[in-house]
Design a protein around this ligand. Structure first.
Ligand SMILES: O=C[C@H](O)[C@H](O)COP(=O)(O)O
Ligand SMILES: C=C(OP(=O)(O)O)C(=O)O
Length: 386
């Protein structure tokens, strides 16, 4: 674990036998009928054990070289947050990963342009494998990698880790939203940057999790546009916590965190209203300063800031650039939802998955590659001229 320590919680630590842990991959397929033999809560069935985080990490390790690269990315991102590096942090990539081939193709393209803009932009690829839903819907690669409702989470976690490792090997840091605290343990060592989403910024559990992460964390403002919850999240995450969690071995554990000072607000608008304009940015700055915090803000050019029209992301990004060029150095970064091809498509029924268009989002609409490439080059150029 990174900044977290764990103490395993067992009823009797003297008799606890890690090798007999029912939560190991090999011994633990619990079918519906198996589960029915176990007294359980009606309406909640433990269907299948998943590998522990340490098992998956052993199978898909981060070697010394890669760990060094991730540390370097994290240091650079932290330096941007600290005001010691004046590059713009750009979190860019698909709204969600649903197709590994398309994700790899996107990463390869991003890795090609990264050296051309590196002097002014710090690119981080969105590799979002969990999706928070307003009501119900596909919850992301980690939950349902086959897109057919089979919810093969063991495969989902494995594919997510594999993909993040490959993308990091291309020289790109990886960003993701950490939604389900249990899944964080499987992925956190690979992350350059993490988001806590608009629906969970107010959650104590997510703030505790963020306080133990080794990477920088952006807290989105609430879905109602409220910034106060993100400011409070920054304060909460900066503190050390002790909380219930899952240890690396897969057993319940008392987790102790050190506190994370590398956090910031992400403005994403709310209730259909943007909040990237200079007045909203100034209001957020005042809120942060009022809480005794150094104002550091990222603007999410999508979501309510684009009024959910992906084409508007360009105008949001250009506006943020202008504010930054006019001297607002609290604006440390932007987020873009972008895929190989623009727009979005509905996820079809399982038997029609072959009809999916390549490189088109199945969640929120995204910018296409050409526009993304143009925007990144333009941003680097403008910042160079400043
Ligand atoms: O970024 C993605 C979506 O805005 C978020 O997951 C909510 O999606 P939904 O409203 O389609 O459920
Ligand atoms: C779900 C996302 O954003 P938000 O939490 O702002 O809705 C996202 O960025 O994918």
């Amino acid at each position: 674990m990174n900044a977290s320590l764990e103490r395993v919680l067992t009823a009797n630590p003297h008799t606890a036998d890690a090798t007999a842990d029912p939560l190991t991959a090999e011994n633990a397929t619990v079918t519906r009928s198996d589960a029915a033999q176990t007294p359980t809560t009606p309406g909640r069935i433990s269907r299948e054990a998943l590998p522990s985080a340490s098992e998956l990490r052993e199978q898909l390790p981060v070697d010394v070289d890669l760990a060094g690269q991730i540390r370097q990315h994290r240091d650079e991102i932290n330096a941007i947050l600290a005001g010691d590096d004046d590059r713009l942090l750009v979190v860019v990539g698909p709204c969600s990963i649903h197709d590994l081939k398309a994700a790899r193709e996107y990463a390869q393209r991003l890795a090609v342009i990264e050296p051309q803009v590196r002097d002014r932009l710090k690119l981080v690829m969105r590799v979002y494998v969990e999706k928070p839903r307003t009501t119900v819907g596909w919850k992301g690669l980690a939950y349902d990698p086959h897109l057919d409702g089979s919810d093969d989470m063991a495969t989902g976690l494995r594919q997510a880790r594999e993909l993040m490792r490959e993308i990091t090997q291309l020289g790109l840091p990886v960003a993701t939203e950490l939604l389900q605290p249990l899944t964080a343990a499987y992925l956190e060592d690979l992350l350059g940057w993490a988001a806590i989403g608009a629906r969970t910024t107010e959650s104590q559990i997510h703030r505790e999790m963020a306080s133990g992460l080794g990477c920088a964390v952006g807290f989105k403002n609430g879905t109602d546009g409220g910034v106060e919850v993100a400011v409070q999240a920054i304060e909460a995450a900066a503190h050390g916590h002790r909380h219930f969690g899952m240890g690396d071995s897969g057993r319940p554990a008392l987790i102790e965190t050190a506190g994370n000072p590398h956090t910031h607000v992400v403005l994403r608008g709310g209730h259909g209203q943007p909040n990237y304009d200079a007045a909203s940015v100034a209001a957020c700055r005042r809120e942060l300063e009022g809480a005794g915090l150094t104002p550091r803000l990222m603007v999410d050019c999508s979501h309510a800031n684009s009024r959910k029209d992906h084409r508007r992301q360009s105008e949001v990004m250009l506006d943020v650039l202008s504010q930054r060029l006019a001297g607002d150095d609290a604006l440390i970064g932007v987020m873009l939802e972008s895929h190989l091809n623009e727009g979005k498509q509905a996820l079809p029924a399982a038997e029609k998955l072959s009809q999916l268009r390549h490189g088109v989002s199945v969640t929120d609409a995204c910018l296409g590659w050409e526009t993304t490439e143009h925007l990144l080059s333009l941003a680097a150029e403008r910042l160079r001229e400043a």
